[in-house]
Design a protein around this ligand. Structure first.
Ligand SMILES: [Zn+2]
Length: 620
């Protein structure tokens, strides 16, 4: 059994060389990143490494973030290492094997982590996220191998603090020359999607804006026609911008009597299996999707990849085209039909690239929202989700930690997170003149048997022009004098330094409330309360009326922050990434509580399917 599997998974020359390079590098560096193009056989390579460790009786842990990748890794580890391999993931039974593949989200929460000498991180370009670093930190002595086709992140995070060295395998071009990958012909479609005016959020095109761009420039029938012209009869995968477009394309192909199906992350396991099976035997000719097939999906030889998905992510682009480059008997070359400018903007699939562990600073467009410009080293980056939650971002270049704020009215409504926002020193001194005033007001209140609140209102009225300048110490003095809790002073200090703007009616109402308070007159107080209730009730009623009067479209209008949040929610939905979903829920709560965004509007902007998937991701 073992010999047979080894024959199937013989190492190629470059793989043997890479294993040696990794072993050499481990002599001086514990954490090594391996770059190998899609189709370079990284799973086979790391399975052989795992076997070496297993033979010495050392445990091996493979980390992955998606179920397909876990199952694929388990299968190859068992076949190549020749020993049973366990899966650490909710819903799978626990086995005490030396070899384990683990879902990062499950492992990070397990108290009893397996004892291992080697950790392999699959798709290691995700490894900056908190869950990965938490796991790696709990194994300070283990060897670490990160594997990825694209050691590159669009958030400016880089990898230089996570990995000590980078080993690059042969390039895509070399793999094509050696016959390990298929050559290709790339055709630019007649109608190219012009994205020069399409908005960018979180590093890639904003998906709502992108959908609109596509709608205005490419009809589903154009996709079909282009396929008939360039790839008629070839087994094809079409990449669309979103589920709706993917479905439209499948429909358009079927209308042209071409067997086509749509597949997405929410397609049930059985249906997915059935569709892939029918695709494998040629019953389905064209498979439309919007990203599910780009990472780690083991598909039969694909002859054509049709791209109607503009992206700014090099990683996504290379994964998409990489799907078509697997060689197969009788396949002369792959056909790539590009309806986008990806090939031009991100480069041809086999173009030479200089990979680095260093973080790459954000470009101007990526700096529109949610980014930190390091004041120590000038590096521009986006904080990781858990950092947004903590309001502290660590510069991936120089490790300086920056505190930032998410607040309304800040740089134009949370347009961006500013690093090192000047922190005002808290002044705890008590102003002597104001102290005298407080003492005077306090003794007056005692003399007249006024309640302490009277002192506060008189004080704030007399000082109304200098309220923002009053020190916290002075507020504390006042609070202590009046017998209030310590927090009272803090709240008043905050209110004074960040005054909320009241509308005219509200200002008048406040004045009306103040009057009886000042005069300690019971009847006007009751009257005022009555007026207040009435006005507010009416106000609320009016607001509801106004709300209903707005067209449904207007109610759904999202502000910039909400658009960005909707985008952020879609990310884990597409990637089916539970941890990311949870992090984003945290951000959502944070931002909505601060009043910057409206949770209901964000939720309504998602499709029913997206809502369902997001809710499911948050379970477990
Ligand atoms: Zn820095």
């Amino acid at each position: 059994m073992l010999t047979q599997s080894l024959n199937t998974y013989n190492l190629r020359n470059y793989q043997t060389e890479l294993i040696q390079k990794i072993l050499d590098s481990w002599q001086s560096n514990l954490r090594v990143m391996l770059q190998l193009p899609t189709g370079g056989g990284k799973t086979v390579l790391f399975a052989h490494l795992a076997r070496k460790f297993a033979e010495k009786g050392m445990g091996v842990l493979v980390l992955a973030h998606r179920e397909e990748l876990l199952l694929q890794a388990q299968e190859k580890l068992e076949a190549i290492a020749g020993v049973p391999t366990g899966i650490i993931k909710a819903g799978y039974p626990v086995h005490p094997y030396d070899l384990q593949v683990a879902s990062v989200q499950s492992l990070v929460r397990r108290k009893n982590k397996p004892d291992v000498g080697l950790i392999i991180v699959d798709e290691a370009h995700h490894a900056s996220s908190k869950t990965y670093t938490t796991i790696l930190e709990s194994y300070p002595k283990a060897y670490v191998l990160g594997c990825t086709a694209t050691p590159y992140r669009i958030d400016g995070q880089g990898f230089k603090w996570l990995f000590d060295s980078l080993i690059c395998g042969p390039s895509t071009r070399e793999l094509i020359h050696q016959g390990h990958l298929s050559s290709y012909k790339l055709f630019q479609a007649a109608k190219i999607v012009d994205t020069s005016k399409t908005k960018t959020t979180a590093g890639d095109f904003n998906s709502a804006a992108l959908a609109k761009t596509i709608d205005s420039q490419v009809e589903p029938i154009d996709v079909v026609k282009e396929w008939q012209k360039r790839a008629n009869g070839l087994r094809t995968v079409v990449f669309a911008v979103d589920i709706a477009h993917s479905r439209q394309y499948a429909e358009a192909f079927r209308e042209a009597c071409i067997a086509a199906e749509h597949l997405d992350g929410a397609t049930g396991k059985d249906d997915r299996q059935d569709i892939l099976q029918r695709f494998a035997i040629g019953e389905i000719q064209v498979l439309c999707n919007c990203g599910i097939i780009s990472e780690g999906f083991d598909l039969p030889a694909i002859e054509c990849v049709q791209v109607v998905r503009p992206t700014k992510s090099l990683s996504m682009w290379l994964q998409i085209v990489g799907r078509g480059l697997r060689p197969a008997p009788g396949k002369k070359h792959a056909i790539i039909i590009d309806h986008t400018q990806n090939w031009f903007l991100l480069g041809l699939p086999d173009e030479d690239r200089n990979w680095t562990l260093e973080p790459v600073s954000l470009d101007n467009e990526a700096k529109r929202f949610l980014y930190i410009a390091c004041t120590d080293c000038d590096h521009a980056f986006k904080p990781l989700p858990h950092e947004v939650k903590a309001l502290k971002g660590k510069c991936p270049n120089c490790l300086t930690v920056h505190s930032f704020e998410i607040s309304e009215g800040f740089a134009g409504l949370t347009k961006r997170l500013d690093a090192n926002k000047e922190e005002k020193e808290i002044d705890q001194t008590v102003d002597s003149r104001l102290q005298a005033l407080i003492d005077y007001l306090y003794s007056s209140s005692l003399r007249n048997e006024y309640k302490p609140i009277w002192v506060y209102y008189r004080f704030s009225e007399i000082c109304k022009d200098i309220l923002p300048e009053i020190s916290l110490g002075t507020w504390q003095y006042l609070g202590a004098k009046l017998g209030y809790k310590r927090e009272w002073a803090w709240v008043k200090h905050q209110e004074a330094t960040n005054p909320k703007t009241l509308n005219e009616e509200e200002i008048e109402l406040v004045e009306m409330i103040k009057q009886p308070v000042l005069q300690r007159d019971t009847q006007p107080a009751k009257d005022t309360l009555g007026v207040l209730t009435e006005v507010c009730n009416k106000g609320v009623a009016d607001r509801k009326k106004n709300w209903a009067a707005l067209s449904e479209q207007e109610q759904k209008t999202l502000n910039e922050e909400e658009i960005e949040l909707v985008e952020m929610i879609r990310q884990p939905i597409l990637q089916r990434d539970r941890q990311l979903a949870k992090d984003i829920r945290g951000i959502l709560t944070e931002v909505c509580n601060k009043g910057v965004a409206d949770r209901k509007k964000i939720w309504a902007a998602l499709s029913e399917q997206e809502q369902k998937t997001f809710t499911e991701l948050l379970k477990d």
